[in-house]
Design a protein around this ligand. Sequence first.
Ligand code: HEC
Ligand code: HEC
Length: 195
Amino acid sequence: MISDRIKISVLAAMGGIIAVPASADFDAEAFPPYERCALCHGLFGESANAKFPHLGGQKAGYISAQINAFLNGRRHNDGGQMVNIVSELKPDEIPEVVEWFSSQDAPKPSGEGSATGAALYEQSGCDSCHGRTATFPDAPHLTAQHAGYLTKQMRDFRDGRRVSGMADIPHGRLMPEVDDAIADIAAYLSSVARQ
Ligand code: HEC
Ligand code: HEC
């Protein structure tokens, strides 16, 4: 026979187990803030669609700078999707999402890439800021990013739809004028494993 006291404690334990997920289901606060980013960017920062950049393993200072740029309206080349989402983050949740995505694994490289793209990237001096050993503070990793996303960003910089908020550099003027050259660089970068 199970004593009443044991029965009560078993029921209490079951109640506790049942109560935790039930309250989590109804309490948005119980979800970590980065889950709100998962729909587009992937929970671990590896997105399924080239419209949404991979965030996994990106530099913390860069992610943070972009969130602030969306918040203060300096970056608006995303069709306005990000401003509403980041406005809903509480100030203390921003470092939490930055820490989460920057500490995930880098995305896996994809596609073939071409020697033309590699040569153009090299000749344009991009690596002096974006390379593994570059010292430019928080210039983003470009390797293993979606080619489609990189292509759009380079064209946006070139055509003035995106300006660099992180440094007073004529970034747009560094971009190739020809769309095919931009696509070649993007395909090359996307195919390179991040080191
Ligand atoms: C509904 C889709 C959607 C959701 C949800 C979303 N984002 Fe985004 N995010 C975008 C789009 C679209 C872009 C920019 C694409 C462009 O510039 O062409 C973007 C860009 C970014 C960038 C810039 C990355 C880079 O390489 O420059 C960061 C950082 C970012 N999002 C963080 C977040 C965080 C943090 C969350 C959750 C709090 C979030 N996003 C939720 C759609 C989304
Ligand atoms: C002087 C340093 C410097 C040089 C040179 C440079 N960049 Fe950048 N790049 C940056 C910085 C800083 C950012 C972040 C801009 C911002 O504030 O949004 C950036 C952002 C980018 C992004 C956006 C990445 C993302 O995740 O949204 C792309 C793409 C890019 N650069 C490509 C290039 C290419 C291609 C070249 C060569 C043609 C190049 N850059 C040369 C400093 C540099």
